[in-house]
Design a protein around this ligand. Structure first.
Ligand code: IFM
Length: 460
């Protein structure tokens, strides 16, 4: 049986500025928090940085040609704030705006629709020096930045994303310190999450005022949580993780409030004062819950959750289905395609966004070129096929999924992992900057051309 997609379904691929552009000091681009973070010892697995990355800043015509040859209909990329406003606010940098304008024009020429993400983590360091996301002024600065970019590109770009993965910005950047700016503070994490969401809410009407006929949304990374056993303890732990990971972002966006059970937990832990969410000011929740045109969902894995508490005799023994290493990607993330269907149906039922795009889905596998320059990344093909099937099932069950963006177009700088993890359907030799299409890119071409996938198709 063949799973057919609608004619309007958007097949795309995604990247982000810091991960691919390089040219970190060119054309007046200023330092970003990631440039600074990479200079700090022990932050990046291979000691690398984004100074050259895929050199996309120079090789973008070639990268558009690659996308064209693959057949993608849309390209999701992000704009580097430090290229547009080197001082974070104030005078825009014409060279930065001109770069993205050329990119957009050439994409349209190649019949590839741009989806622009305004913030994919490269905050100007100057704004960090003024306090960064834990400070409300950064939300105001974001609106200024969003206004400048949308004024310049609004007549040509059909899809706008305010932020990529607020959970990562808040948690990895401000709680665990694994990402820039490397802060480890729960109160700062919570303030960051709020100001990122607030800046989204404030920016949406501004973007709309500068664009016509365009769709505006935000991208969240979602992780469906599964209790490790039927015990009450594990169910409780799964509820809590779901609240911190998923509902903390979806509830404000769609219900105009933070989840009360998690607010209480943060208060009990001492991460919030007993008085609650002091950073929430009058009108904030209304601003955050502004209606948008779509929700972008990034899906990579599920979470199997086990309580730290010891179950009492009445509870069932807890069995933890530990994923086998063969079923994990090079990131150690379990391959679990049904989690995508599950989270899509949950979002559809609980939050009802008018449209959903899978704005990222993909996997890291090391497969590289053989002596004939062929790259048989069979595991990636299996991964893509199984997740696309899962999307199709969700559509059949009623979820309004309008498109799928494969992460990523090409191997790139994978944040704290440097260049040690390869997510691309295009291989990049980081010494020569040579690009080679992997077998997965060829398979993606077929899927796009057929606009369909076999329900258990064989790998060619
Ligand atoms: O590379 C990242 C991307 O920048 C954000 N989403 C997850 C990807 C894989 O880790």
């Amino acid at each position: 049986m063949t799973m057919k997609f609608s004619e309007e379904f958007v097949w795309g691929t995604a990247t982000s500025s810091f991960q691919i552009e390089g040219a970190y000091q060119e054309d007046h681009r200023s330092e970003s928090i990631w440039d600074r973070f990479c200079t700090q010892k022990g932050t990046i697995a291979d000691g690398s940085d984004g100074s050259t990355a895929c050199d996309h800043y120079h090789l973008w015509p070639q990268d558009i040609a690659l996308m064209r040859s693959i057949g993608v209909r849309s390209y999701r990329f992000s704009v580097a704030w430090p290229r547009i406003l080197p001082a974070g606010t104030g005078k825009p940098n014409e060279a930065g705006l001109a770069f993205y304008e050329r990119l957009v024009d050439e994409l349209l020429e190649a019949d590839i629709q741009p989806m622009v993400t305004l913030y994919h983590w490269d905050l100007p360091q100057s704004l960090q020096d003024r306090g960064g996301w834990p400070h409300r002024d950064t939300a105001k600065a974001f609106v200024e930045y969003a206004h400048i970019v949308s004024r310049r590109l609004g007549d040509r770009v059909g899809y706008w994303v305010t932020h990529n993965e607020p959970w990562c910005i808040a948690t990895l950047g401000h709680l665990t310190g694994d990402h820039a700016p490397g802060i480890k503070s729960a109160p700062e994490m919570l303030a960051t999450a709020h100001h990122v969401l607030l800046s989204h809410g404030w920016a949406v009407p501004v973007i709309r005022s500068e664009t016509s006929n365009t769709k505006v949304g935000i991208v969240v990374n979602l992780t469906p949580t599964y209790p490790a056993s039927p015990s009450d303890y594990d169910a409780e732990a799964a509820r809590s993780l779901d609240g911190r990971f998923n509902r903390w972002y979806l509830d404000p966006l769609y219900k105009g409030k933070y989840p009360e059970d998690i607010v209480r937990e943060y208060q009990t832990q001492g991460d919030l004062p007993p008085t609650g969410l002091a950073f929430v000011k009058e009108g904030d929740m209304k601003a955050i819950s502004i209606k948008t045109d779509f929700l972008g969902i990034n899906y990579y894995f599920r979470a199997i959750v086990r309580s730290e508490k010891i179950p009492d005799e009445k509870n069932l023994p807890r069995e933890i289905p530990v994923p086998s290493p063969e079923n994990c990607t090079d990131m150690g993330w379990e391959v679990y395609p049904d989690g995508l269907r599950k989270i899509l149906m949950r979002v559809h039922h609980d939050y009802a966004p008018p449209a959903i795009y899978i704005t990222e889905n993909g996997c890291a596998y090391a497969a590289g070129p053989d002596s004939n320059d062929h790259i048989k990344d069979t595991q990636r093909i299996q991964y893509i096929e199984s997740h696309i099937r899962s999307v199709h099932k969700a559509i059949t069950e009623g979820a309004p999924v309008m498109g799928y963006y494969l992460w990523s177009l090409m191997d790139n700088f994978e944040w704290a992992f440097g260049y040690t993890k390869r997510f691309g359907m295009v291989w990049v030799d980081f010494t020569t900057q040579r690009r080679i299409l992997k077998a997965s890119a060829q398979r993606y071409t077929e899927i796009i051309r057929e606009n369909a996938i076999g329900d258990d198709s064989n790998i060619s």
